[in-house]
Design a binder for this molecule. Structure first.
Ligand code: GLY
Length: 385
């Protein structure tokens, strides 16, 4: 018997396991394929302002709170794990390549300004002063000094060490089904027939969260896979290739470049509604390289180290799905879509509080799992059981 069973050992599941175990609760974390976590592919941008989309005010506020607490989070994680997670406070330059891109970004920055965020508009020349490798044709943009990044693979490794040090039991097995009756969760059954008995189960299985057998149809969250393809490049000198993260709009298409301290440069990413498809496509890679080269002509000199694909857990409003829903003892932490690294700790702290005191902090209240209850009832037949 464990007090809490968590399904899914990606960033969200690991962070919840760690934060919950820190409160003296016995936790078992179950995942047979942690390597398929979206965070293994993710670039790790901590960029609530640069990632802002129209209509996402509540997500912006949550993201800005999460970004503020990041220094404390990485310091605590380093203390607990001994691992440096590559948190680089380099800011982000957002640029538009042509006049239309510049105008579209300008309108988005106008909207961002109404939400009380800090950004600095830049002319083309000023963009290049800030980031000398940008192409002369870049029309203009804005700097966001508070949007940084972290290395999600290092974050995964650190959270795993921290969770295990805090007493979390990690089980490498497939969850066959949730074990529950109409009123109460009892744990999970694993492949092979054994059970993990627990009065509380947290499902943090990313885009697979809606597919776990045994979960009542009406309780399943409307998460879906949103495919991302990206490239890992390497600068020869082993120093950051760019001073800042660069996000660009190139003839209407978004592209980003995330420079790590050790010379790795992440070039991403597609956003594809292709179901559970992890194939690499030449179209995606060609388009990313072509558009990135228009922004930073020098990138084609770099070594291509890896092409990765991952499946983000998308939700209907692009925001996470957190909290109880369904039989007593069943909790959700999924739907983090493009913001898993940013929101991992704020989600984990909130869920740990929920599990131990029954209270979901007010900052997470707008992201309750109940908000899609009607939606789930209407559409749940579409998900496999
Ligand atoms: N947050 C970046 C991405 O999802 O591609």
């Amino acid at each position: 018997m464990t007090e809490v069973a968590i399904v899914g050992a990606g960033l969200i599941g690991l962070a919840i396991a760690w934060r919950t175990a820190q409160r003296g609760v016995s936790v078992t974390l179950i995942d047979d394929q942690p390597e398929r976590a979206a965070s293994r592919t993710a670039a790790g941008m901590l960029a609530p302002i640069s990632e802002l989309h129209y209509g996402e005010q509540k997500l912006l506020q949550l993201g800005m709170r999460a970004a503020q607490r990041y220094p404390e989070f990485v310091a605590q994680l380093r203390e607990a794990s001994g691992i440096d997670v590559g948190y680089r406070r380099c800011g982000t330059i957002n640029v538009g390549l042509d006049n239309d891109d510049h105008r579209a970004l300008g309108e988005l920055f106008d909207y961002a300004s109404t939400q009380g965020v800090q950004l600095q508009r830049l002319r083309g020349r000023e963009c290049r002063e800030a980031e000398p490798l940008l192409a002369p044709s870049v029309r203009g943009g804005a700097a966001v000094e508070s949007d940084h990044h972290v290395d999600p693979r290092k974050l995964l490794a650190a959270l795993r060490v921290a969770a295990e040090s805090a007493g979390v039991t990690i089980v490498s097995s497939r969850v066959q089904e949730l074990h529950c009756d109409a009123d109460q969760v009892h744990g999970v059954r694993l492949d092979g027939g054994e059970t993990v008995d627990a009065p509380k189960v947290v499902i943090a299985a990313g885009c697979w969260s809606a597919s776990i057998a045994g979960v009542p149809l009406a309780a399943r969250p409307p998460v879906r896979p949103v495919k991302g393809q990206l490239l890992r490049l390497k600068a020869p000198a082993g120093t950051p290739f760019l001073r800042h993260t660069v996000r660009g709009l190139v003839h209407g298409a978004p592209v980003y470049l995330v420079p790590r301290s050790d010379g790795e440069l992440i070039l991403g990413a597609t956003c594809e509604e292709q179901g559970f498809d992890l194939r690499v496509t030449l179209e995606a890679i060609y388009t990313l390289v072509r558009d990135a080269r228009l922004l930073i002509p020098g990138i084609t000199e770099l070594e291509l180290v890896e092409i990765s694909t991952g499946l983000r857990p998308g939700s209907p409003d692009n925001a996470p799905i957190v909290g109880p829903h369904g039989p007593r003892g069943l909790y959700w932490a999924t739907g983090h879509y493009r913001n898993g690294a940013l929101l991992a700790d704020i989600t984990a702290a909130g869920v740990a509080n929920l599990l131990t005191t029954g209270v979901l902090p007010s900052e997470l209240a707008p992201f309750s799992a109940h908000r899609f209850a009607t939606f789930s009832l209407k559409t749940s037949q579409r998900w496999p059981s």
